[in-house]
Design a protein around this ligand. Structure first.
Ligand SMILES: [Zn+2]
Length: 250
Protein backbone atom coordinates (compact mmCIF):
# COMPACT_ATOMS: atom_id res chain seq x y z
CA UNK A 1 0.00 0.00 0.00
CA UNK A 2 1.06 3.59 -0.43
CA UNK A 3 0.08 7.01 0.82
CA UNK A 4 0.05 10.19 -1.21
CA UNK A 5 0.14 13.46 0.65
CA UNK A 6 -0.79 16.62 -1.27
CA UNK A 7 -0.32 20.16 0.04
CA UNK A 8 -1.38 23.50 -1.36
CA UNK A 9 0.06 27.00 -0.83
CA UNK A 10 3.20 27.18 1.31
CA UNK A 11 1.48 24.98 3.91
CA UNK A 12 4.39 25.45 6.32
CA UNK A 13 6.59 23.32 4.10
CA UNK A 14 9.14 22.85 6.86
CA UNK A 15 6.78 20.36 8.49
CA UNK A 16 6.04 18.13 5.49
CA UNK A 17 8.97 15.78 6.16
CA UNK A 18 7.76 15.04 9.69
CA UNK A 19 4.24 14.27 8.40
CA UNK A 20 5.65 11.83 5.87
CA UNK A 21 7.81 10.13 8.52
CA UNK A 22 4.87 9.93 10.90
CA UNK A 23 2.63 8.32 8.26
CA UNK A 24 5.40 5.93 7.31
CA UNK A 25 5.82 4.83 10.92
CA UNK A 26 2.14 4.21 11.63
CA UNK A 27 1.33 2.53 8.32
CA UNK A 28 4.62 0.93 7.25
CA UNK A 29 3.94 2.26 3.76
CA UNK A 30 5.64 4.26 1.09
CA UNK A 31 4.64 7.88 1.58
CA UNK A 32 5.04 10.36 -1.23
CA UNK A 33 4.52 14.10 -1.04
CA UNK A 34 3.26 16.26 -3.92
CA UNK A 35 2.47 19.91 -4.23
CA UNK A 36 -1.07 20.43 -5.46
CA UNK A 37 0.18 22.57 -8.36
CA UNK A 38 1.73 19.42 -9.86
CA UNK A 39 -1.80 18.32 -10.74
CA UNK A 40 -2.47 21.48 -12.72
CA UNK A 41 -0.59 20.37 -15.78
CA UNK A 42 -1.86 22.83 -18.41
CA UNK A 43 -3.37 26.34 -18.66
CA UNK A 44 -6.67 24.69 -19.67
CA UNK A 45 -6.65 22.55 -16.54
CA UNK A 46 -5.97 25.62 -14.38
CA UNK A 47 -8.79 27.55 -16.09
CA UNK A 48 -11.32 24.75 -15.71
CA UNK A 49 -10.37 24.01 -12.11
CA UNK A 50 -10.55 27.73 -11.23
CA UNK A 51 -14.04 27.86 -12.71
CA UNK A 52 -15.10 24.77 -10.76
CA UNK A 53 -13.70 26.24 -7.53
CA UNK A 54 -15.61 29.48 -8.06
CA UNK A 55 -18.79 27.44 -8.57
CA UNK A 56 -18.54 25.69 -5.18
CA UNK A 57 -18.08 28.91 -3.21
CA UNK A 58 -20.56 29.52 -0.43
CA UNK A 59 -22.43 32.79 -0.84
CA UNK A 60 -24.30 32.84 2.42
CA UNK A 61 -23.56 30.84 5.55
CA UNK A 62 -27.23 29.97 6.12
CA UNK A 63 -28.13 28.99 2.56
CA UNK A 64 -27.19 25.79 0.83
CA UNK A 65 -27.19 27.47 -2.61
CA UNK A 66 -23.78 27.77 -4.15
CA UNK A 67 -22.38 30.24 -6.61
CA UNK A 68 -24.22 29.42 -9.85
CA UNK A 69 -23.88 32.81 -11.59
CA UNK A 70 -20.16 33.16 -11.96
CA UNK A 71 -18.51 36.51 -12.59
CA UNK A 72 -15.23 36.47 -14.53
CA UNK A 73 -13.56 38.28 -11.61
CA UNK A 74 -14.38 35.36 -9.30
CA UNK A 75 -12.80 32.86 -11.67
CA UNK A 76 -9.78 35.16 -12.05
CA UNK A 77 -9.39 35.30 -8.29
CA UNK A 78 -9.34 31.50 -8.01
CA UNK A 79 -6.88 31.30 -10.88
CA UNK A 80 -4.56 33.80 -9.18
CA UNK A 81 -4.61 31.74 -6.00
CA UNK A 82 -3.85 28.56 -7.93
CA UNK A 83 -0.94 30.17 -9.75
CA UNK A 84 0.53 31.96 -6.76
CA UNK A 85 1.77 29.38 -4.31
CA UNK A 86 1.98 31.93 -1.49
CA UNK A 87 -1.55 33.26 -1.84
CA UNK A 88 -4.13 31.27 0.10
CA UNK A 89 -7.69 31.72 -1.12
CA UNK A 90 -10.00 33.50 1.31
CA UNK A 91 -13.13 32.01 -0.28
CA UNK A 92 -15.43 29.70 1.65
CA UNK A 93 -16.06 26.40 -0.14
CA UNK A 94 -18.56 23.60 0.31
CA UNK A 95 -16.28 20.84 1.66
CA UNK A 96 -18.14 17.85 0.21
CA UNK A 97 -18.36 19.57 -3.19
CA UNK A 98 -14.62 20.23 -3.00
CA UNK A 99 -13.99 16.54 -2.30
CA UNK A 100 -16.29 15.54 -5.17
CA UNK A 101 -14.56 18.03 -7.47
CA UNK A 102 -11.18 16.43 -6.77
CA UNK A 103 -12.57 12.98 -7.55
CA UNK A 104 -14.21 14.24 -10.74
CA UNK A 105 -11.15 16.13 -12.00
CA UNK A 106 -8.63 13.39 -11.11
CA UNK A 107 -10.54 10.10 -10.94
CA UNK A 108 -7.44 8.02 -11.64
CA UNK A 109 -5.84 9.46 -8.50
CA UNK A 110 -8.58 10.05 -6.00
CA UNK A 111 -10.92 7.18 -6.75
CA UNK A 112 -8.16 4.67 -6.14
CA UNK A 113 -9.18 2.96 -2.93
CA UNK A 114 -6.02 0.92 -2.56
CA UNK A 115 -4.09 4.12 -1.90
CA UNK A 116 -4.64 6.59 0.91
CA UNK A 117 -4.78 10.11 -0.50
CA UNK A 118 -4.62 13.00 1.94
CA UNK A 119 -4.94 16.67 1.00
CA UNK A 120 -3.50 19.17 3.46
CA UNK A 121 -5.05 22.47 2.53
CA UNK A 122 -5.16 26.06 3.68
CA UNK A 123 -8.61 26.48 2.11
CA UNK A 124 -11.65 27.13 4.26
CA UNK A 125 -13.99 24.17 3.86
CA UNK A 126 -17.48 24.11 5.32
CA UNK A 127 -20.31 21.61 5.45
CA UNK A 128 -24.04 22.28 5.72
CA UNK A 129 -25.32 20.85 8.98
CA UNK A 130 -28.67 19.98 10.55
CA UNK A 131 -29.06 23.46 12.03
CA UNK A 132 -29.34 24.75 8.43
CA UNK A 133 -26.01 26.55 8.53
CA UNK A 134 -22.59 26.00 7.09
CA UNK A 135 -19.87 25.14 9.61
CA UNK A 136 -16.13 25.32 9.14
CA UNK A 137 -14.47 21.89 9.26
CA UNK A 138 -11.01 20.69 10.35
CA UNK A 139 -11.24 17.42 8.47
CA UNK A 140 -13.45 15.84 5.82
CA UNK A 141 -12.96 12.10 5.64
CA UNK A 142 -13.59 10.28 2.39
CA UNK A 143 -11.89 9.92 -0.98
CA UNK A 144 -9.64 11.85 -0.69
CA UNK A 145 -9.32 12.74 3.01
CA UNK A 146 -8.97 16.50 3.40
CA UNK A 147 -7.41 18.25 6.40
CA UNK A 148 -7.78 22.03 6.58
CA UNK A 149 -5.28 24.00 8.63
CA UNK A 150 -7.62 27.00 8.74
CA UNK A 151 -10.34 24.67 10.00
CA UNK A 152 -8.08 23.29 12.74
CA UNK A 153 -7.37 26.78 14.03
CA UNK A 154 -10.74 28.43 13.50
CA UNK A 155 -13.44 25.75 13.56
CA UNK A 156 -13.38 24.41 17.14
CA UNK A 157 -14.59 27.14 19.52
CA UNK A 158 -12.35 28.50 22.26
CA UNK A 159 -13.46 27.73 25.87
CA UNK A 160 -16.87 28.93 27.05
CA UNK A 161 -15.28 31.63 29.24
CA UNK A 162 -13.99 33.22 26.03
CA UNK A 163 -17.42 33.38 24.39
CA UNK A 164 -18.87 34.84 27.61
CA UNK A 165 -16.38 37.71 27.46
CA UNK A 166 -17.08 38.10 23.71
CA UNK A 167 -20.74 38.72 24.53
CA UNK A 168 -19.87 41.55 26.91
CA UNK A 169 -18.12 43.39 24.06
CA UNK A 170 -15.22 44.32 26.36
CA UNK A 171 -12.30 44.44 23.94
CA UNK A 172 -9.59 44.91 26.56
CA UNK A 173 -10.82 41.96 28.65
CA UNK A 174 -10.96 39.82 25.52
CA UNK A 175 -7.39 40.77 24.64
CA UNK A 176 -6.25 39.99 28.19
CA UNK A 177 -7.94 36.60 28.10
CA UNK A 178 -6.30 35.76 24.76
CA UNK A 179 -2.87 36.73 26.08
CA UNK A 180 -3.21 34.90 29.38
CA UNK A 181 -4.72 31.68 28.03
CA UNK A 182 -2.62 30.84 25.00
CA UNK A 183 -2.34 27.23 26.14
CA UNK A 184 -6.13 26.82 25.76
CA UNK A 185 -6.44 27.54 22.04
CA UNK A 186 -4.53 27.20 18.78
CA UNK A 187 -3.35 30.13 16.74
CA UNK A 188 -1.61 30.67 13.41
CA UNK A 189 2.14 29.96 13.54
CA UNK A 190 1.52 27.94 16.68
CA UNK A 191 4.16 25.24 17.26
CA UNK A 192 1.45 22.82 18.36
CA UNK A 193 -0.39 22.82 15.00
CA UNK A 194 1.89 20.21 13.34
CA UNK A 195 1.29 17.86 16.30
CA UNK A 196 -2.48 18.34 15.96
CA UNK A 197 -2.22 17.65 12.22
CA UNK A 198 -0.66 14.27 13.07
CA UNK A 199 -3.79 13.46 15.08
CA UNK A 200 -5.89 14.16 11.99
CA UNK A 201 -3.48 12.13 9.84
CA UNK A 202 -4.28 9.23 12.17
CA UNK A 203 -8.02 9.79 11.63
CA UNK A 204 -7.45 9.71 7.86
CA UNK A 205 -5.41 6.54 8.15
CA UNK A 206 -8.12 4.81 10.19
CA UNK A 207 -10.80 5.90 7.75
CA UNK A 208 -8.84 4.27 4.98
CA UNK A 209 -8.00 1.17 7.04
CA UNK A 210 -11.59 0.47 8.11
CA UNK A 211 -13.42 1.99 5.12
CA UNK A 212 -15.58 4.15 7.38
CA UNK A 213 -15.29 7.03 9.82
CA UNK A 214 -13.92 5.75 13.14
CA UNK A 215 -14.54 7.84 16.22
CA UNK A 216 -13.54 6.93 19.77
CA UNK A 217 -15.09 7.85 23.11
CA UNK A 218 -11.71 8.13 24.79
CA UNK A 219 -10.85 11.83 25.09
CA UNK A 220 -7.11 11.08 24.89
CA UNK A 221 -7.38 9.03 21.68
CA UNK A 222 -6.58 10.81 18.39
CA UNK A 223 -9.82 9.35 17.00
CA UNK A 224 -11.92 11.30 19.51
CA UNK A 225 -14.38 13.57 17.69
CA UNK A 226 -13.22 16.89 19.15
CA UNK A 227 -15.51 19.88 18.98
CA UNK A 228 -13.70 22.34 21.27
CA UNK A 229 -10.18 23.69 21.05
CA UNK A 230 -9.43 22.20 24.47
CA UNK A 231 -10.54 18.76 23.23
CA UNK A 232 -8.30 19.05 20.16
CA UNK A 233 -5.43 19.92 22.50
CA UNK A 234 -6.01 16.85 24.64
CA UNK A 235 -6.85 14.36 21.85
CA UNK A 236 -5.31 15.20 18.45
CA UNK A 237 -2.34 17.13 19.86
CA UNK A 238 -0.82 14.02 21.45
CA UNK A 239 -1.54 12.00 18.27
CA UNK A 240 -1.62 8.75 20.22
CA UNK A 241 -4.29 6.05 20.24
CA UNK A 242 -6.18 4.30 23.02
CA UNK A 243 -5.24 0.64 23.60
CA UNK A 244 -8.18 -0.60 21.52
CA UNK A 245 -7.23 1.41 18.44
CA UNK A 246 -3.50 0.99 18.94
CA UNK A 247 -4.04 -2.76 18.54
CA UNK A 248 -5.03 -2.20 14.88
CA UNK A 249 -1.71 -0.77 13.86
CA UNK A 250 0.64 -2.94 15.86
ZN1 LIG B 1 -9.53 5.04 20.52
Amino acid sequence: MSIHLYTDYPFHNKDIAQYCTFLQEISVSIVEHFHFSELLTSPEKIASFAQSLASIRILSIDKKDLNTHLFPVEIEYEKKCLLNSSKASQSLYDGFEFQLLLRTEWPALFLKKERLNIILTERKLLTFEEDNRYHLRSIILGFPCIISITGIIEAPPKPKEYSLITRTGLTKELQNWLEQNKEKYLDYNDDRVPQVIKGYLLQSYFFWLKGAVQFCNNKRCALYNSHWQEEVLSAQYYHTLCDKHQAFIR
